[in-house]
Design a protein around this ligand. Sequence first.
Ligand code: HEC
Length: 154
Amino acid sequence: MAILDESWREVRVKKWRILVVGLIVLASLAMVVGLWIRMRSDLRVGELLARNNCDVCHDLTRAKKNEKGPYLWGIVNRPAGSVEFPYSGPFLNRIRERPVVWTEENLERFITNPALFIPQIQMAQHTIEHPYAFEGMDSSANRRDLIAWLKTLQ
Ligand code: HEC
């Protein structure tokens, strides 16, 4: 009798172990899938932000065409002012004095307020010929998503 009791207990303990391990595996899977879905939707938001705020002046494709501004393909970790484009005097002066590489941190500061980062930058100037200008993006969540998407342009 005692031996039988003992083996029943073992079976019960084993069942519990399988259940607990199964639950842990399921919970981890759900977490991974959840993170993956969030990452994808953040990238989708970043793409929409780029299309709405940058596309009007910048080519975002691998065609690397200059438009009103220089193309942005490969922008993350690209040295500022390094593509064949007629940059403005204030832009060139600023990067001659203090060279900039477009790291994620610098892009983050730049997108928050371009004219604060590079005074008189063309991108933020309203003129009669070019009434549209980009003066900055207030939401840090939006900036993060936008930069995450810019990183995919390579
Ligand atoms: C109104 C047009 C316009 C809009 C909108 C605009 N830009 Fe620009 N951007 C420019 C121009 C023009 C320059 C070149 C600046 C100069 O010569 O003073 C520039 C320069 C840049 C540079 C420096 C590139 C290099 O080669 O060093 C980056 C980075 C940049 N823009 C990112 C963005 C992003 C990201 C957005 C959207 C959030 C955006 N721009 C929206 C016109 C624009």
